[in-house]
Design a binder for this molecule. Structure first.
Ligand code: PHE
Length: 350
């Protein structure tokens, strides 16, 4: 066994000597043949397993030393070889320029529309206290949104001690109001997390943009006017919105806000010829003419109280939208996960 190692050592060193320093291919072949993962040295070392303890003690270190020596041989010559290979006449390598991610492009568009309407941009932590993510937002203890299965708990324990990856950007409503007094107009862009079985339209990590307006005499019509103007700014002046009643514990009343389909302009008649599927009508709005866009509502009095805002003097509205969804609609991207694939080829298309 020992002899086998010694003769392998000699064989490997001799062959290495015969390889030209500039012949990278031969050198690589040598590396893989002798010291590669399935190379001759590795194969021989496997046989050590069948030896007695004493023999292992004797031959093991020798085998290791030989392996090290051979690897070293390759490495030192590799460095020298590499230097020898520098060709000063070659053109330089141009560093790759980055490309803005489509998610951020959409995010920037939305932000600029709201900046134009006098909103400030605020950010908050992605790892959030249960208090801000749930309790301060009037989300009751038994609400399904708090479920272990919907939420990534960093620390799951008593109410005051729980720490979560935020499930929405709404906690920043509360945080922002700790340092502000009304009137306020805020938007909060940011990353949020949910324990989802991911598919083409659900990710465990996605982006939202939250909005909060508090002032004297704010009414539902202000919410409608504001969101209508914003959606016209984003999708064109013919865009209209509609409100459907919905429930979020931190607003009252609460709404889902739809916009007229940006693809077919709200045509519900098949066959629609302008985009999407040609046979069964528009695939973006599924021939309903409307696309679900936001959650919204009037800030709940309990939430105002948690913000230390006097609900007899002030009222407000809040809204939240999913940026990934907007990106998918804007660019016709069929799968939400593509945005997180880390694939430059994907990103460069937009
Ligand atoms: N936070 C809600 C969600 O993630 C969206 C929302 C924000 C609804 C503000 C109403 C008001 O689904």
């Amino acid at each position: 066994m020992k002899d086998a190692f010694l003769s392998l050592q000699k064989e490997a060193t001799d062959t290495f000597k015969n390889i030209k320093e500039t012949d990278n291919r031969a050198r690589e072949a040598w590396r893989s043949l002798y010291v590669g993962r399935k190379g001759k040295v590795a194969l021989l070392m496997k046989q050590l397993a069948g030896l007695s303890v004493e023999e292992k003690k004797e031959i093991g270190p020798i085998a290791n030393a030989i392996k090290q020596e051979l690897m070293q041989l390759f490495k030192t010559h590799d460095a020298r070889g590499a230097n020898a290979r520098i060709d000063m006449s070659l053109p330089g390598r141009i560093p790759e320029r980055g490309h803005e991610h489509p998610l951020y492009q959409v995010m920037d568009q939305v932000i600029s529309v709201f900046l134009g309407m006098g909103f400030d941009v605020v950010e908050g932590p992605e790892i959030e206290l249960g208090y801000y993510n749930f309790s301060a937002l009037n989300i009751p203890k038994d609400h399904p949104a708090r479920d272990m299965w919907d939420t990534f708990y960093v620390r799951h324990g008593k109410e005051e001690e729980s720490v979560v990856l935020r499930t929405h950007t709404s906690p920043v409503q509360i945080r922002a109001m700790e340092h502000r007094t009304p009137p306020v107009r805020l938007i909060v862009p940011g990353r949020v997390f949910r324990h989802e079985a991911t598919d083409a339209t659900h990710g465990s990590n996605f982006f939202q943009l939250e909005g909060l307006v508090i002032d004297k005499g704010i009414r539902v019509t202000d919410l409608m006017g504001c969101l209508s103007a914003a959606m016209k700014g984003l999708y064109g002046k013919d865009t209209t919105i509609r409100l459907r009643p919905s429930y979020f514990p931190f607003v009252e009343p609460g709404f889902e806000v739809d916009i007229s389909c940006m693809m077919c302009g709200g045509s519900t008649q098949p066959p629609y010829q302008g985009g999407g599927r040609r046979d069964g009508g528009c695939s973006v709005c599924k021939r309903t003419g409307w696309v679900e866009m936001l959650g919204a509502g009037m800030v709940h009095p309990v939430v105002l109280k948690n913000m230390k805002v006097d609900s007899r003097k002030y009222s407000g509205f809040a809204f939240g939208m999913g940026i990934d969804r907007m990106m998918m609609l804007a660019y016709g991207i069929p799968d939400i996960r593509l945005g997180y694939s880390g694939d430059v080829e994907f990103v460069r298309q937009f």
